[in-house]
Design a protein. Sequence first.
Length: 88
Amino acid sequence: MRSEPTPFEGGPMDGRVLPILVGPTGHPPKWYEIPVPSPEGGPPTVLLYERVPAGYSKRLHLQKGWKYTFSPTAEKPRPRWPWTKPKP
């Protein structure tokens, strides 16, 4: 499998670049989760990063790649299949 160096913005991973595995389409995953263990031994805290375009070229407005931005309050969306029921 191929990996691509992807930068992170915001949160504790700000400024870091990690090699992220890309899928068959050449895109990294839409959401990236980083579990952080709790110092008291409780359940781990999960940092959630969302994939966004890194920028666009000036002349043809082509996308330059991807980056991950920190989402402190966002939840990873559930799959929207026709047979799933909405949350009450």
